[in-house]
Design a protein around this ligand. Structure first.
Ligand code: 4AD
Ligand code: MG
Length: 458
């Protein structure tokens, strides 16, 4: 593999011969010279190529090179006299691999709206902002694996097709091999591929719990799917979730791991993606870098749901959804708590049982459960988790109350029959994390190919 632009920019020049392969970002002609900025996606910056008019194809190709055209440049790496770059390439040859017709290529020099860029998701990763998002997303993904490996966790590949609706919210996409006519028949899924109704997973949690009870500390990191018709800047129909599950871990331990994970991932991005963060800080979300440093360096605030409701009621603020004990917190409430009240991420615990799924551990008061959500400024909920109900009779009753048939979940109940232990876990919405660290306003711009109601292009 030849060095990337990022690697070339870090070399000390001693007139060595190098090759640059990438796409033309800009070209400027000046006298007998042509300055071409070539990028290859490896970093935000491009490398400057200086071509002189004695190149054989100078008049017919080089001086007309257009944005987006692909090139292979061979030349000498030299110190650059220009400001803002240490090195440049003095070209010995510039090969035009493929031209991007400037009359047709949609990514011209002027800034395009993120909305427009969504309509060309096959080209948008070539822009500065979306290119930076892709690099930050990759750094975060690597950071997730690094974080867990350092702490003795094993990765578990939980299934994408499943028959259990973990969250019980009825948001599973059905997976079927039946045709439309067969689906009209009585009890159709009995004749279907799996012999029962199956769907795309909404969470790998229940299966992760199985491995937590054999391997202690595990995590799953994969795509999850929800057929919820939410056209908001925080919802996708297909999104990635990081789901650790830990045996012998209570709610307090769960919250500590979750906080440490977010703060370490923020630190990784600040350290490894400084140029990209600087771009977001200047053009996407002013003050972002300071906000990230603050999250990296300060402890999160903790409060119970009951305390959170009291604070919301006391705030005197008019919310569109009125607040009272028992309601599910809405984005506006979540944002008030972390943006106006705390100014830092907030961990809210012990929610009413009635608004949380069946698997959460019942508190001694029998009205709240050992749940935990982490709310972050600008986003709202980034993490949802809990200590799990490990007591067989209590879990069976919770299931029945939730309208679930315990026989269908006998494998899940077995985990409480044979060597049950207190255990906890959480799900971190990976796109919401990417949104948070990049300051991108819309979740559709932090996943390469967003799936939302009415939209599944590319
Ligand atoms: O709070 P949720 O629904 O929790 C669970 O699914 C648990 N089973 C996780 C666990 O304990 N292992 O989802 C977890 C997180 C949310 O906090 C949010 O960040 C993200 O997943 N999320 C979404 N992100 C994008 N689009 C959606 N439609 C999302 N729904 C949830
Ligand atoms: Mg949640």
């Amino acid at each position: 593999m030849k060095p990337t632009v990022k690697e070339l920019l870090q070399l000390i020049p001693h007139a060595q011969t190098v090759e640059v392969r990438g796409w033309v970002k800009t070209r400027r002609n000046s006298g007998n010279l042509c300055f071409i900025e070539v990028t290859d996606g490896s970093c935000l910056a491009g490398i400057q190529v200086v071509a002189e008019s004695d190149l054989a194809n100078y008049d017919i190709e080089v001086k007309h090179l257009s944005t987006g055209s692909s090139v292979v440049v061979s030349g000498t790496l030299v110190e650059s006299p220009a400001k803002g770059q240490k090195v440049e390439v003095s070209a010995k040859s510039v090969e035009l691999v493929d031209r991007a017709d400037p009359a047709l290529y949609p990514l011209q020099k002027k800034r395009q709206s993120f909305e427009f860029l969504r309509s060309i998701s096959h080209l948008r990763s070539r822009t500065n902002a979306l290119g930076a998002v892709a690099r930050v997303r990759s750094a975060l993904s690597y950071g997730v694996h690094h974080f867990f490996k350092e702490r003795g966790f094993f990765q578990v590949h939980t299934p994408i097709i499943t028959t259990s609706d973990c969250e019980g919210a009825g948001e599973m996409f059905t997976v079927t091999a039946l045709d439309t006519a067969e689906l009209q028949k009585k009890d159709p899924f009995r004749q279907d591929f799996f012999g029962q109704r199956a769907g795309l997973t909404v969470s790998g949690q229940l299966q992760a719990e199985i491995y937590a009870l054999s391997h202690g500390r595990v995590y799953s990191f994969g795509p999850t799917f929800r057929a919820e018709n939410s056209n908001t800047s925080r919802h996708l129909a297909e999104f990635w979730m990081v789901e650790p599950e830990m045996a012998f871990c209570d709610l307090e331990c769960n919250a500590a791991v979750a906080e440490e994970l977010i703060r370490e991932l923020v630190a990784i991005v600040l350290e490894n993606c400084a140029d990209d963060v600087d771009l977001f800080n200047r053009f996407v979300s002013k003050g972002l870098a300071g906000k990230l440093e603050q999250v990296r360096d300060n402890a999160f605030v903790r409060m119970t749901y009951t305390e959170a409701v009291a604070a919301l009621e006391k705030s005197g603020k008019e919310f569109s959804f009125p607040v009272s004990w028992g309601i599910d917190l809405q984005a506006e409430h979540e944002r008030f708590l972390c943006e106006d009240l705390a100014g830092v991420p907030v961990i809210v615990t012990n929610y009413p049982k009635s608004i949380k799924p069946f698997y959460m551990r019942l508190d001694d008061n029998s009205t709240t459960v050992a749940a935990m959500d982490i709310l972050v400024p600008g986003i709202g909920e980034m993490i949802g988790g809990s200590q799990r109900e490990e007591r067989l009779p209590v879990l069976t009753q919770q299931m029945e109350e939730a309208g679930l048939d315990p026989d269908e979940y006998s494998w899940y109940l077995d985990l409480r029959r044979f060597g049950s232990v207190p255990h906890s876990g959480f799900g971190l919405g990976f796109e919401r994390l990417v949104q948070f660290v990049t300051g991108m306003a819309n979740i559709r711009d932090v996943i390469p190919f967003p799936r939302t109601p009415g939209s599944a292009q590319c």
